[in-house]
Write a protein that binds this ligand. Structure first.
Ligand code: SAM
Length: 296
């Protein structure tokens, strides 16, 4: 845990992970199906070989390959970062001068050189805390932690530390001096790329899953319009359904290029897709798209 200008922030230590097991509670039938699918999946094998946190990394790598999202030195916000494979990709692609902030509702220590907040993104105070972090200078990545995609040795779990950090950042975010910082970040966008791979656990009810996904996407887009520089990019996962055309319409108002993507690593049976929105237009605000809905 570090302290800077009264703001306490969690950064992962170089302590090796103490626990890497997975506890699963499944019937033997579904367990066998999971094992067979895992063994057949080429991405799962690569995850182990390349020390990635999950196969989701390949979705972002493909999107980046096709759309050239990342450059050295960018500031990236990764919404729903846990367990951290997109973050690993962002760290790798943005290099020594990149600044990465991750947010997740789950306690999860980020890869080396990444600053993370634990909190529900749909809560105002979580978004304020992110904006406060972005307004500070201390997100510079320590140079000795840079390298090719982060290794498992770089990852440590510190849930207690993380909860304490969350408390402190939230407290600071609600104090008046930092409200100025929030205003400042709202007025002077500093982010190059906003990523959102957020999704609640799927319920099996496709309408419910779609609606929840749209709430997360719209909230992420409103946040992106507060924080992205003109020319910045926004990538978000969504579960397809009736309302995704409305989201696409909003994206087209705010970005020069909007594409739907279904990366090869995304399972064909899943309804997930991605909107890749490039080059934020100057002067389009969240109020233009949402009125007073996200007015905070
Ligand atoms: C598919 S996972 C992200 C995987 C990640 N991109 C990676 O590559 O490792 C979706 C994440 O979104 C998070 N999430 C879902 N709803 C959220 C919310 N309201 N606020 C913050 N995080 C949320 C979940 O906890 C989960 O970790």
């Amino acid at each position: 845990m570090e302290s800077y200008c009264g703001l306490r922030v969690f950064r992962s230590s170089s302590t090796p992970s103490v626990f890497h097991g997975i506890i699963r509670c499944a019937s033997s039938g579904s367990s066998e199906r999971w094992t067979r699918r895992h063994q057949k999946d080429p991405y799962s094998r690569e995850v182990t070989l390349r020390n990635l946190k999950s196969r989701a990394a390949f979705k972002l790598l493909e999107i980046d390959h096709n759309h050239h999202i990342f450059h050295q030195g960018q500031t990236v916000v990764d919404l729903g970062f846990a367990p951290g494979s997109w973050t690993q990709v962002a760290v790798d692609r943005t290099g020594r001068k990149g600044r990465i902030v991750g947010i997740d509702i789950l306690p999860c220590a980020p890869p080396q050189g990444v600053t993370a907040i634990q909190g529900n993104f749909l809560h105002i105070e979580t978004q304020r805390a992110i904006k406060v972090l972005l307004s500070e200078d201390f997100l510079e990545r320590p140079v000795d932690h840079i390298g090719p995609l982060a290794t498992r040795d770089n990852v440590g779990y510190g849930d207690l530390e993380l909860s304490a950090c969350r408390h402190e950042v939230m407290k600071e975010a609600n104090q008046s001096s930092n409200t100025n910082a929030v205003r400042q970040i709202s007025g002077v966008p500093v982010v190059d790329v906003v990523l959102s791979d957020m999704m609640a656990n799927t319920s099996g009810n496709s309408f419910r899953d779609h609606t929840l996904s749209m709430d997360l996407c719209n909230s992420a887009l409103a946040f992106a319009l507060d924080t992205l520089k003109a020319g910045g990019h926004f990538i978000c996962k969504f579960y397809s359904g009736a309302e995704d055309v409305d989201l696409e319409r909003r994206l087209r108002k705010a970005f020069d290029v909007v594409k739907r993507e279904k990366p090869r690593a995304s399972r064909s049976e899943s309804r997930e897709q991605y909107f890749v929105s490039k080059s934020r237009k100057k002067g389009v605000t969240k109020q233009d798209l949402y009125g007073k809905m996200y007015d905070y």
